[in-house]
Design a protein around this ligand. Structure first.
Ligand SMILES: Cc1cc2nc3c(=O)[nH]c(=O)nc-3n(C[C@H](O)[C@H](O)[C@H](O)COP(=O)(O)O)c2cc1C
Length: 149
């Protein structure tokens, strides 16, 4: 996701997805208008809890950046598969409904400061290792390229 201006779009403040066609981009522009072109790219803060829930520290970190004026903040490599597909350590996660409450609080903190919030959906795929799998399973991937050890 990146800030861009298409030929038929106003110069400032709209988010489009380059992978989508023109019609879809128009739809997304209607859904999300930014106050400026400042976008914070995903940063693995290691501020989530050890089980990946949005912690007070993570919430306050993003609240402060929204207060500082960033238009769109993209949450770090947010795990969609904690057991076999997460980055080593404690990234934020949204692979289960039970994480919605804290993530909702995080989103609200950014919105209350006038910012917009998105998440980088993340799966390590074949770059994971058995050692980093909760179950000891081999890494899984959508492609059939060689896996890590
Ligand atoms: C501490 C740290 C954590 C990062 N975490 C992520 C991440 O979770 N996902 C990602 O795609 N990029 C991550 N990046 C890359 C940044 O989003 C950014 O693309 C990179 O730092 C280049 O931007 P810069 O030249 O302004 O530093 C990270 C970078 C740093 C320094």
């Amino acid at each position: 996701m990146a800030v861009s201006s298409h030929n038929d779009a106003p110069i400032t403040g709209h988010v489009v997805h380059h992978a989508l066609g023109r019609d879809h981009a128009t739809l997304i522009r209607r859904l999300m208008t930014l106050r400026n072109r400042l976008v914070q790219s995903p940063i693995f803060t290691q501020y989530a809890t050890t089980w990946g829930e949005a912690s007070r520290k993570l919430i306050e970190y993003h609240r402060a950046r929204a207060r500082g004026g960033i238009g769109l903040i993209i949450l770090e490599n947010t795990s969609i598969d904690w057991e076999v597909g997460r980055t080593v350590g404690n990234p934020a996660r949204l692979d289960h409904d039970r994480f919605r409450t804290a993530l909702g609080e995080l989103t609200e903190a950014v919105h209350n400061e006038g910012g917009r919030f998105a998440a980088q959906l993340h799966h390590t795929g074949r770059q994971n290792t058995r050692a980093n799998s909760e179950t000891g399973e081999a890494p899984i991937s959508a492609s059939d390229g060689p896996a890590s050890a």
